[in-house]
Design a protein around this ligand. Structure first.
Ligand SMILES: NC(=O)c1ccc[n+]([C@@H]2O[C@H](COP(=O)([O-])OP(=O)(O)OC[C@H]3O[C@@H](n4cnc5c(N)ncnc54)[C@H](OP(=O)(O)O)[C@@H]3O)[C@@H](O)[C@H]2O)c1
Length: 285
């Protein structure tokens, strides 16, 4: 049997799409996450399910055994990389993992305070063969983090002014990661992955309004109002603070870059924002 390709965070937005695209390649796949029963339910018997928790070293041996290539992501709540991610990276290396495709953030080279920078540096210093997928804002933030406000209040509440965002669909990221993991030639390369167009939130809400058949308003608070209101609506303070920082960088024009590197990896055009809204329409009804 050929070594399985390991997908960490296999139940997450991106990880699930990595598994789904790898399934089309015929490769052996090991899907790892903190809920093994849900992995089995979601992917069935053709995928090996592994219990993996970054913060529980007892889960490392079975997860990494026999693996040479893995998809790695950082769960959003993990901020202390040295304490909560480094031990599992060390264990992966000791177990024989050679290649890591890591889900990172576009512009990370200039954001040394962001945890992904520390993960990238740690992987390089561990002499692992790396491919960093540095992604722009996910379209799927709108059907996860912002779902409730769109569904219940018919609004998107983000503090980004008139700035544009080159939203990317996580289905495209999954496809790109599957290529980097299942084909040769991607080691040592990093990709800035974006959607095919940059939209401001006036345009995004207009597309949503047309598709959903009701008016979705763009609320454009200042950063302080956003932080205060997001916490008041139930988001933990630290998570709301990170969101505020990221949206502040968007507001200053850092999220509007459009690259064509996704097409280089997948061989096709990115999924459009309009198509995303059509496909996820049910989320906001
Ligand atoms: N959102 C964006 O626009 C954007 C853009 C670029 C990069 N990124 C980066 O992408 C990453 C998030 O990707 P995603 O949206 O696919 O994440 P996600 O949907 O939150 O998935 C994370 C997965 O990891 C699991 N998990 C939680 N704690 C764990 C632990 N201790 N050990 C192992 N697994 C654990 C989660 O399980 P539970 O759900 O049960 O907790 C979940 O299945 C972040 O690093 C983020 O910064 C995001």
């Amino acid at each position: 049997m050929t070594p399985p390709i390991l997908v960490i965070g296999a139940l997450g937005n991106v990880g699930a799409e990595v598994v789904r695209h790898l399934q089309t390649t015929g490769k052996n796949i090991r899907a790892a996450d903190i809920d093994v029963e849900r992995i089995k339910e979601r992917f069935g018997v053709s995928v090996e399910a592994a219990l993996f928790d970054f913060t529980d070293p007892k889960t490392y041996a079975a997860t990494f055994q026999g693996v040479e290539k893995m998809f790695l992501m950082r769960p959003p709540h993990i901020t202390n990389i040295q304490r909560d991610m480094a031990p599992s990276i060390d264990a992966a290396k000791r177990a024989g993992v050679k290649q890591v495709v890591f889900l990172s953030i576009i512009g990370i080279e200039k954001m040394k305070y962001v945890p992904h920078y520390k993960v990238e540096t740690y992987l390089e210093q561990a002499n692992l063969q790396t491919t960093f997928l540095r992604c722009s804002f996910f379209m799927q933030n709108l059907n996860t983090t912002h779902r409730k406000e769109i569904k219940e209040r018919s609004e998107i509440f983000v503090p980004v002014g008139n700035a544009k965002t080159s939203f990317i669909d996580v289905r495209d990221i999954g496809a790109a990661a599957a290529v980097a993991l299942s084909q040769d030639g991607y080691v040592g390369r990093n990709y800035d992955l974006t959607g095919g167009e940059a939209l401001d939130y006036w345009q995004a809400t207009e597309i949503m309004s047309e598709t959903l058949g009701r008016k979705i308003e763009y609320r454009n608070p200042n950063a302080f109002h956003f932080l205060f209101e997001t916490v008041r609506r139930g988001t933990p303070f630290m998570f709301a603070l990170v969101m505020t920082m990221l949206y502040t960088s968007t507001r200053s024009g850092m999220a509007d870059i459009v690259t064509h590197e996704l097409e280089t990896l997948t061989g096709r055009k990115p999924i459009s924002f309009k198509q995303y809204v059509v496909d996820y329409r049910e989320s906001w009804l």
